[in-house]
Design a protein around this ligand. Sequence first.
Ligand SMILES: NC(=O)c1ccc[n+]([C@@H]2O[C@H](COP(=O)([O-])OP(=O)(O)OC[C@H]3O[C@@H](n4cnc5c(N)ncnc54)[C@H](O)[C@@H]3O)[C@@H](O)[C@H]2O)c1
Length: 358
Amino acid sequence: MTVRELQVELGERRYPIRIGRGLLDDPAALAALVTGRHALVVTDANVAPHYLARVQAALSGKTTGTVVLPAGEQEKTLARFGDVMAALAALGASRDATVVALGGGVVGDLAGFAAACWMRGVRFVQLPTTLLAMVDSSVGGKTAVDLPQGKNLVGAFHQPAAVLADVATLDTLPPRELRAGLAEVVKYGAIGDAAFFGWLEEHAEALLARDPDALAHAIATSCAHKAGIVARDETEQGERMLLNFGHTFGHAIETQQGYGGLLHGEAIAVGMVLAARLSADLGRAPWSDTARLAALLGRLELPVELPPGLSGDALLARMRLDKKAVSGAVRLILWNGLGRAEVVNGVADADILPVLEP
Ligand SMILES: NC(=O)c1ccc[n+]([C@@H]2O[C@H](COP(=O)([O-])OP(=O)(O)OC[C@H]3O[C@@H](n4cnc5c(N)ncnc54)[C@H](O)[C@@H]3O)[C@@H](O)[C@H]2O)c1
């Protein structure tokens, strides 16, 4: 299979995103990612049995350490961050060390934050193994851990030096995780690319069936959108906020469920539908587009309704604490219909609460 390569351009800096099957089977390319003496590979207990040995073998010429975290969003904590710091210290990692994130968005966010903090910032590379990480979290340099009070509240911007997405790793990804990644793929169509949204409508079944060409096209298109937006707005002063479509709702759901309910991508699917319904209520988006969004997500077997047992008031309180909130007023990404989204400050509680009613 051909390897597709994109560049994330950040003024003077740039880094490659490589997408293709079998990238983890190229030891020389993996070894080239580590430029200094030390490398710490961070992964999780589900990913390690499949892919860790290949990465370790490729880096055998370096002084390496490994951290295998328990899997799951509940582990994206300051305590696990401390474990990674301790492993860097045990390795004697110097300023030319490289942190290698092998896994999904949880591993990538946590390892990236560790790389941002170790000696005030060392090199890090992303080897994403979930669809969500390939299309979204591995690109753009947002790193963080969660607190019980909210998602991603402690973090830093720290760009990777390279992203290598080996599409073959998706062969072992559980179906529910694949679907969660598709939610973020749909997001790019919804907020900025109506033609891509139409392509997704035509290829929903192929994507669910893991058709390699369909997946490669979806990943490359998503990465191109993400790379473009990050290049124009690295630190989220404007346009990059649009990538948070559905996220203020979604993060509130995840936090309220104690990070053990819906998967992140599933919560974003619900959040996008809630944001679209609110936008339609406010007369910003046509109801027909909101119905198309919910229908596509439904065909991708993603949830589109709030899970039972969550109170609207409690969710709203969470939304006020979200990083996107300004001075306690909720700032939301609202929708102007397919392919168009907008940042709206100070959305009134009275407008939001009705869409949070079961
Ligand atoms: N930094 C960003 O810009 C950004 C963007 C979007 C999401 N995120 C974050 O990403 C996280 C979600 O990422 P995720 O959905 O990848 O979750 P995840 O990292 O928890 O991975 C999902 C599950 O799949 C398993 N897994 C991973 N790769 C596998 C493989 N190839 N085969 C078998 N099992 C595999 C993992 O062990 C885990 O159980 C959230 O914390 C979210 O906040 C960050």
